[in-house]
Design a protein around this ligand. Sequence first.
Ligand SMILES: NC(=O)c1ccc[n+]([C@@H]2O[C@H](COP(=O)([O-])OP(=O)(O)OC[C@H]3O[C@@H](n4cnc5c(N)ncnc54)[C@H](OP(=O)(O)O)[C@@H]3O)[C@@H](O)[C@H]2O)c1
Length: 281
Amino acid sequence: MKLLITGAKGQMGRALNKLLKNKAGYQLVLTDLDEMDITDEKDVVRVMTAEKPDVVINCAAHTKVDLCEDDTENAYMINVTGAGNLSKGAAKIGAKIVHLSTDYIFDGEATTPYLEESEPNPQSVYGETKLESEYAVTENNPKYFIVRTAWLYGEGNNFVNTMLRLANTQNEIRVVNDQTGSPTSATEVARVIAMLIETEAYGVYNAVCEGQCTWYDFAKRIFELAGLDVKVSPCTSLQYVTRAKRPKYSVLDNKNLREKFGYHLQPWDDALREYFAGRHN
Ligand SMILES: NC(=O)c1ccc[n+]([C@@H]2O[C@H](COP(=O)([O-])OP(=O)(O)OC[C@H]3O[C@@H](n4cnc5c(N)ncnc54)[C@H](OP(=O)(O)O)[C@@H]3O)[C@@H](O)[C@H]2O)c1
């Protein structure tokens, strides 16, 4: 099976590459901005026609949530137009498409985990573009897997690495304690994608590590596992103001993975321990 991965230099792209590069029967085509700009329809058609992948996995995105508030045009171009170009391009050659989406399509007012069919109501430009990106994918190719994840960490820019970096310069770190979600390892999501692409069970799938916590809880656990003595102080979103509004509660329920495949992702704490074990190898 030939897989074309976009955004291959990002966290998800790297996790997929690591998981699948040596898997028998798989051939990977890794692309990032230099190889194919997903906002350029002609570029996408050129690469698709030349490579003829069986599956396109779109890990490319504008993921800087705060920057998206001001860089709106680019955010739409990359997240929506880009996703649409890839979905159309994949459909033209009969390929399946996997597209990553986010918990930030929800408003965070729920008190129980969001299901795949829960009503979206994004509160940020990033969230809006990611919701639109889902439509751009599903409208253009019936062979789609929308994989919604959240609070992702792998190799690259993420909360875990930010905390570890801050620990080098600060003895005390303030972290918001009124936003609840599910920290999710990119490796765990890559495993879900590897399973899904072997099927024709097209649809929308929530894919987050099991369980929930606040950013504050997450930070404390990061420092414990890293063996760092850092004081973490809880604060509110009002005390730690960001350009984009984040949902208060954005836990996702992996209902479709569970009901269709009996598939479970690891609890977030187990996945975090696996991540730290891997970092030291
Ligand atoms: N990170 C999270 O916490 C999180 C949570 C939920 C869902 N997701 C979703 O998961 C997916 C993967 O996220 P990630 O964290 O792996 O992202 P990432 O690390 O930011 O990687 C995205 C990659 O896409 C590239 N890219 C940007 N514009 C492009 C273009 N026009 N053409 C081709 N490539 C382009 C980026 O290059 P540059 O770095 O040069 O821009 C980068 O290498 C995204 O769809 C994201 O929305 C992420």
